[in-house]
Design a protein around this ligand. Structure first.
Ligand code: ZN
Length: 144
């Protein structure tokens, strides 16, 4: 990832080595989504817990490359505590950012900003996307 700054690389390696919110709770109050990325061998599980329209917990577990695992860890930290409606808008725009589409640049992506450079590496875009897609799926299931 020669295009990513050293700081970004450090943040990714920190989360890869010390993943946050890792391990599933397997409780009825959580909704889980599993997504695979065959091109890279990444497999990720995302669990979310919603109470009164707020995401009160996100858990993540899986195996994969450093980008994918770091992304799940950072995502769980940044989105925890958001209102569901805000999180859906946030994730939708994050996915646009990493896939090089127009997005709302006024959003503060916090540490997820490190994945901005991934659009220069099209083969890795899915690595930085599947956790957000899985989380969007669990939020959708919460509502149904
Ligand atoms: Zn990957």
């Amino acid at each position: 990832m020669s295009n990513l700054s050293n700081l970004y690389r450090e943040i990714i390696m920190d989360h890869y080595k010390n993943p946050r919110n890792k391990g599933l709770i397997n409780d009825k109050s959580y909704i889980t989504c599993h997504i695979k990325n065959p091109s890279c061998g990444d497999e990720i599980n995302i669990e979310s817990k919603v109470e009164n329209g707020i995401i009160t917990d996100i858990r993540q577990d899986g195996v994969g490359c450093s980008i994918c695992c770091a992304n799940a860890s950072i995502l769980s930290q940044v989105v925890k505590g958001m209102k569901v409606s805000d999180a859906e808008y946030f994730l939708d725009n994050y996915l646009k950012m990493v896939s090089n589409q127009e997005y709302d640049e006024s959003i503060d992506f916090d540490e997820l900003q490190v994945f901005d450079g991934i659009k220069d590496f099209p083969a890795r875009v899915r690595c930085a996307s599947i956790s957000s897609q899985a989380l969007l799926n669990t939020l959708k299931k919460e509502k149904s």
